[in-house]
Write a protein of this length. Structure first.
Length: 335
């Protein structure tokens, strides 16, 4: 029905067929604009773990009211271990509806294809209420599965050595916001965050998990599924295999040594996860996905300082991340 969009200049300049072709080219452009217009608009917030994506999603949802948030973190989709998996606490959600967050049973395994369908249904439901869908989470394989126009579950676009080509076309009209943080600063922050998580009850949460019938049933399987993959679970397994889940490591040097080794491994694996996530984001950007980068390095630095000397990171968060994001989303919604 439509002429190819390449070599259009040559085709327009061909004298006898010029009027007909130019008419067809105009029609093609109209068709493309129509297609773009017809696509559902979604905002996608990407970034490594610890960069502030969840906070940004709620800040944007309260400014672009009414919005609803759809989680794209492949571990946070499961029910349970809320501290260990860093799910945004209820009071920080400020009444904004969240979807696919803790909705799936712990033992299931949500594949990227299954996420593609589940998130597409959530987007349809959100837009049928005339609300703006905000997709938020660090799992780029999920974001890719959802947003790529043609998704092949068998291909691995993030493979370390021989990645398959990234699909350049998108099935939604996407506004991608990428919250970036300089790696050395993020690493320091992530390490401190693990200590904060332990202070907030991560170990006690894991004690309960390792002491549950659910875990005992799942641990018989050699294949890790669902929550058993969450950073914190494999790392603490040696501790809970050696000592009864209800034992306290404090005050016992043997238990404390195994506990500290688990904490060290959690810190290391969290930093490695962040590095891999940034690598995957770069892969999408280098393949032509239009990602708008927001630098949150100063905010994270200020947040760490706040811990030690009480300085304020809220003002730099607004100035460096929220305000530029609001401008980008506003422009996108007006297009
Ligand atoms: P993807 O590769 O699909 O984009 P990802 O970047 O979220 O996903 P992986 O690199 O596959 O994560 O994960 C590395 C390890 O970190 C895995 O064991 C994974 O289960 C774990 N992990 C990922 N996200 C979380 C989280 N929110 N909480 C705890 N562990 C996590």
């Amino acid at each position: 029905l439509f002429p190819p969009t390449t070599n259009t200049t040559n085709l327009v300049s061909t004298s006898s067929s010029a009027p007909r072709w130019s008419q067809m080219i105009t029609t093609t452009r109209r068709h493309q604009q129509h297609q773009k217009k017809k696509k559902q608009k979604i905002v996608v917030i990407m970034g490594p773990t610890g960069s502030g994506k969840s906070k940004l999603s709620v800040d944007l949802a309260t400014r672009f009211f009414p919005s609803e948030i759809i989680n794209s973190d492949k571990i946070q989709v499961y029910r349970g271990l809320d501290i260990t998996t860093n799910k945004i606490p209820m009071h920080d959600r400020r009444g904004v509806p969240h979807h696919l967050l803790g909705d799936f049973p712990t033992h299931s395994d949500l594949t990227p294809s299954a996420f593609r369908s589940a998130a597409a249904s959530a987007i349809s439901a959100v837009s049928s209420r005339r609300n703006l869908p905000l997709i938020v989470g660090g799992s780029n394989s999920f974001i890719y599965a959802l947003a790529a126009d043609r998704f092949n579950p068998a291909s691995d676009v993030f493979h370390d050595t021989h990645p398959d080509p990234v699909c350049p076309d998108l099935r939604y009209d996407c506004c991608f916001l990428w919250v970036d943080v300089s790696m050395p600063v993020l690493n320091q922050y992530l390490s401190e965050r693990v200590d904060d998580m332990l202070d907030s009850g991560m170990f006690e949460e894991l004690q309960e998990y390792f002491d549950s019938d659910q875990y005992r049933r799942e641990s018989n399987s050699a294949i890790r599924t669902g929550l058993r993959k969450a950073i914190g679970v494999p790392e603490f397994e040696p501790y809970f295999k050696k000592f009864h889940p209800r034992t306290n490591p404090k005050g016992n040097p043997v238990r404390m040594a195994v506990y500290e080794e688990a904490v060290r491994a959690i810190k290391e694996n969290t930093c490695q996860l962040a590095e891999r996530q940034v690598g995957k984001i770069m892969r999408l950007r280098n393949a032509g996905w239009d990602l708008q980068r927001l630098d949150a390095t100063e905010v994270i630095r200020a947040a760490m300082k706040k811990e030690s000397c009480g300085s304020d990171s809220g003002e730099s968060w607004e100035r460096q991340v929220v305000e530029p994001s609001v401008k980008i989303v506003k422009r996108f919604l007006e297009e």
